[in-house]
Design a protein around this ligand. Structure first.
Ligand SMILES: *[C@@H]1O[C@H](CO)[C@@H](O)[C@H](O)[C@H]1NC(C)=O
Ligand SMILES: *[C@@H]1O[C@H](CO)[C@@H](O)[C@H](O)[C@H]1NC(C)=O
Ligand SMILES: *[C@@H]1O[C@H](CO)[C@@H](O)[C@H](O)[C@H]1NC(C)=O
Length: 394
């Protein structure tokens, strides 16, 4: 019976020791704004340990793309905001695609290129003006190289592009951005590419912890809310945010555009004024989220669409600027041990010494990984990664 099968597996998932974990279709963001991360070869088994089959990068780090060759893991590679104006030139775009995408195919399964991150909410009109032309140049390069049927071109937005998101049925884009968003949606629709959104219920909670229910943002049992616009019932904020995006897309005539959550997560540590940032809450958010993804159900407004979610992030990133939370979104610490107990990871970081520092210290015959000392993070190609990752501020 399906139900008991599920609960058995779930038990294993949360106590931990099996490999691989059954979670399906999980994506993970692999940010590298740090000087102490393990080398990419050592990250491959960690990605597998959390059951992720999709990885999103903020650049096209050749070391990562090589390390993941022939692993079956799918990649979204990124082109940082500082490259947008350059990429509006088709020759530059073609050169970039050749050396950063084509060179790794088909061994590394690059399926998408995210051009820019949260560009429209920087309110920088000259940057925003480059976005669609850059996406078009990159797409044209893919067409020229006959890669357009296997690699899509998109861009990731912040939920702050929404003017209205609550109740979800009233979801609408910021009025001043509509002129910019519509042609991008048209491009995505014509090229069969997904709409990417970064969504952090943490920010809503942090901004107003007295009004926002912690259970509602952490996917814990709660009464939830009913959307008076359509009578749909919501018991978590992430689903409400996703459906607000669907409503905003529908209001511009793009009902069928697939939505992917390119980032969501919860920090395990924050500054004193960052209410809610704790290992307990991060564990609840990400643990409950992984459970939901595994149930293969959609949101109330799109019950039949798979959740397509990239958790943020693989590692704590010690060189990110901003509040303490920014450096503490990782599921893993840089040494490869779990940042908090989700149950899945002690296995992956054993160095032959069963007293590993994870929350669980399983004795295992599983993969034994020796995590090397801090890697030299300069990757020697277009150095895209620094300063481009969003601060996800609303
Ligand atoms: C961008 O502009 C919008 C609308 O005017 C405003 O609400 C928002 O705070 C601005 N964001 C930033 C980062 O300046
Ligand atoms: C395992 O780690 C512990 C604590 O770091 C250390 O005291 C012990 O000597 C290690 N054992 C082996 C076999 O390396
Ligand atoms: C990284 O490697 C480069 C080239 O080998 C070297 O010049 C640089 O000093 C190294 N940086 C660090 C932080 O070790």
């Amino acid at each position: 019976m399906a139900d008991s099968h599920f609960s058995v597996n779930l038990g294993l998932f949360f106590t931990g020791f099996l490999f691989p974990v059954l979670v399906s279709s999980v994506g993970i963001n692999y940010g590298q704004i740090a000087n102490n991360l393990p080398s990419p070869e050592h990250v491959v088994p960690l990605v597998k340990a959390i059951g992720a089959n999709r990885v999103k990068l903020y650049d096209a780090d050749p070391k990562v793309l090589k390390a993941f060759a022939n692993t079956g893991v799918e990649f979204i590679v990124g082109l940082g905001n500082e490259y947008l104006s350059k990429m509006t030139d088709p020759a530059n775009a073609q050169a970039w695609v050749k050396s950063n995408v084509q060179a790794y195919l088909p061994a590394t399964k690059i399926t998408s290129i995210a051009v820019g991150n949260e560009v429209l909410t920087f309110n920088d009109t000259s940057l925003s003006g480059c976005l669609l032309p850059a996406m078009q140049s990159v797409h044209t390069a893919l067409v020229n190289l006959k890669l357009d049927s296997q690699v899509t071109v998109t861009t990731a937005h912040s939920v702050a592009i929404l003017q209205s998101s609550y109740p979800p049925s009233t979801g609408a884009f910021r009025q001043d951005l509509k002129g910019c968003i519509s042609p991008i949606l048209d491009f995505l629709s014509k090229t069969c590419s997904p709409f990417l959104i970064n969504a952090y219920p943490f920010f809503a909670y942090k901004a107003d912890p007295k009004q926002v229910s912690l259970d509602f943002v952490l996917f814990q049992p709660n009464a939830g809310i009913v959307d008076p616009g359509n009578n749909l019932h919501y018991d978590n904020m992430l689903f409400a945010q996703i459906d607000a995006v669907y409503a905003a897309l529908a209001s511009l005539g793009y009902k069928k555009l697939p939505v992917q959550i390119s980032e969501t997560g919860w920090p395990s540590k924050g500054d004193e004024n960052e209410v809610g940032a704790s290992p307990e809450n991060a564990k609840k958010y990400n643990g409950n989220l992984l459970k939901l993804i595994n149930q293969k159900k959609g949101t109330p407004a799109r019950p039949n669409s798979d959740l397509n979610i990239f958790v943020f992030a693989m590692f704590n990133e010690n060189m990110k600027p901003g509040p303490t939370s920014e450096r503490n979104y990782g599921l893993f610490k840089p040494d490869g041990t779990p940042a908090y107990g989700l149950g899945f990871s002690g296995i992956a970081v054993s160095s032959g010494n069963s007293t590993s520092s994870g929350s669980s210290s399983p004795k295992t015959d599983g993969p034994s990984i020796y995590l090397s000392p801090p890697a030299n993070s300069s990757s020697g190609y277009l150095a895209i990664s620094s300063s481009t990752v969003s601060f996800r501020s609303h």
